[in-house]
Design a protein around this ligand. Structure first.
Ligand code: PMP
Length: 429
């Protein structure tokens, strides 16, 4: 704040507040040289910025990929939480195993069995603070600065933030309507290895990719793992949405037939409650020791109370029924979004048709940059995430992500009605 503005404010602000502002202004650049190179690489997440804006009353937010928690049995959960503290408080509030509670790891194996992974054992699982933290640990354990991680184009912004924080060189591989293109992956690996690059892993979201909603076709799955295996690259399979399929046939995870080549990541954030921050990694046996030690070095142990609540939920509640409820709900919302897009989107616009998950990916004609459209959309009363957030490059993007998970069908339709003229104007310009 300038001195003039401070002087103008002096009549209205108490003296201590002015002191605090002046202190902040003079210390803004202090200790700048102490930051690590890694810290300089940490990007502000566009998604978080928009997340804050989207809380404003009156806005329709098609931005945040939040689950619709209103469908959870909150009263019963409150009673369960109270019971845990009353009957088992000394365990719930104490440190616990660095790998996570054995009871929950055993239950996680059941959840993975529902996905088609039938050979997982509790000792192969480490519980993490969301799958975000599992990604962080994988990057920490495998990547030196300058190493390469391959990602789908587009990919999850949170993973990009993690990779960039570890000074990883992120390289994208093209997707089409059937997901990652094997030939492109093969060619990219060959070119990078020829250039002497150390490629550590492929990070992939095979089911209902965030942000595109695209699913990796059955016929490509084994081929992708085989390509990575023959190039001596690991696969990191991130599957938080897999159980939320509302149309088409379930597909086995890449991990199912490839226990030695795939680190699999799962989460309770989308099928139960993201606020509990409970996710996990299923780690090939030969990689476990260092992976587990690294996870422990981050948090000592995952939160005991939260693990107990998730355990009780899986033990005493109809969690499969809840997933069915979510599927029905998201199917309806996705249909509402697709119908509204059909009705209102200007010519030249295309979009994906997901079989599950939370997201639809909209493509505008070449040359339209969706980033500056966000401000206009907010003025029109609707929020989305511009496509540029989901790639490592700084190039403008003609794509945008719409999330249907957290908004009722009527509001989704209203959001698209508000968005359409903004896009129409940009296309016409
Ligand atoms: N991976 C993907 C693909 C996601 O979409 C998200 C959440 N948006 C995460 C990981 C992080 O999930 P968690 O809450 O388990 O950290």
């Amino acid at each position: 704040m300038s001195h003039e503005t401070l002087d103008a404010a002096a009549g209205t602000l108490p003296a201590e507040a002015i002191d605090a502002i002046e202190r902040a202004a003079t210390s803004a650049h202090r200790h700048e040289e102490l930051f690590s190179e890694r810290a300089a690489n940490i990007r502000q997440s566009a998604v978080r910025d928009v997340f804050d804006i989207s809380m404003r009353p009156g806005l329709v937010s098609l931005a945040g990929g939040s689950p619709y928690l209103q469908s959870l049995p909150l009263d019963r959960l409150a009673a369960t939480a109270a019971k845990i503290i009353a009957e088992d408080g000394l365990t719930a509030l104490q440190y616990g195993s660095g790998q996570g509670s054995e009871e929950l790891r055993t239950q996680i194996c059941e959840v993975m069995a529902a996905e088609g992974i039938t050979d997982a054992l509790p000792q192969n699982v480490v519980i993490t603070a969301g799958s975000q933290s599992a990604q962080d640990v994988a990057t920490k354990v495998f990547c030196n600065p300058g190493d390469v991680v391959l990602v789908e184009d587009p990919t999850y912004v949170g993973a990009l933030n993690t990779f960039e924080a570890y000074q990883v060189q992120v390289e994208t591989v093209e997707m089409d309507d059937e997901g990652l293109v094997p030939e492109q992956l093969e060619a990219r690996i060959a070119a990078l290895q020829l250039a002497g690059k150390n490629i550590k892993f492929l990070y992939t979201i095979p089911n209902f990719n965030n942000p595109s909603g695209i699913t990796l076709a059955a016929g490509r799955r084994q081929r992708i793992v085989d390509i990575c295996r023959s190039a001596n690259i690991l696969v990191v399979e991130d599957n938080p949405y897999g159980l939320l399929r509302f149309s088409g046939e379930p597909l086995a995870p890449l991990r199912a037939a490839n226990p030695d080549d795939v680190i699999y990541m799962g989460s309770f954030s989308k099928i139960f409650a993201p606020g509990l921050r409970i996710g996990w990694a299923l780690v090939p046996e030969h990689l476990q020791r260092r992976y587990y030690l690294a996870a422990e070095a981050v948090t000592l142990c995952p939160p005991a109370f939260n693990q107990m609540l998730v355990s009780a939920y899986l033990r005493d509640y109809d969690w499969r029924g809840q997933i069915e409820t979510y599927r029905g709900l998201y199917a309806e919302r996705c249909a509402a979004l697709l119908a509204a897009l059909e009705e209102h989107m200007p010519p030249g616009t295309t979009w994906t048709r997901p079989e599950g998950g939370f997201f639809v990916w909209v493509t505008l004609p070449e040359g339209v940059d969706t980033y500056p459209l966000l401000r206009k959309a907010i003025d029109a009363g609707v929020v989305f995430i511009p496509g540029a957030a989901f790639t490592p490059s700084d190039d403008p993007s003609n794509k945008l992500r719409l999330a249907f998970s957290a908004v009722p069908p009527e509001a989704i339709a209203e959001g698209v009605r508000r968005l359409a003229p903004v896009l129409q104007q940009a296309i016409a310009a």
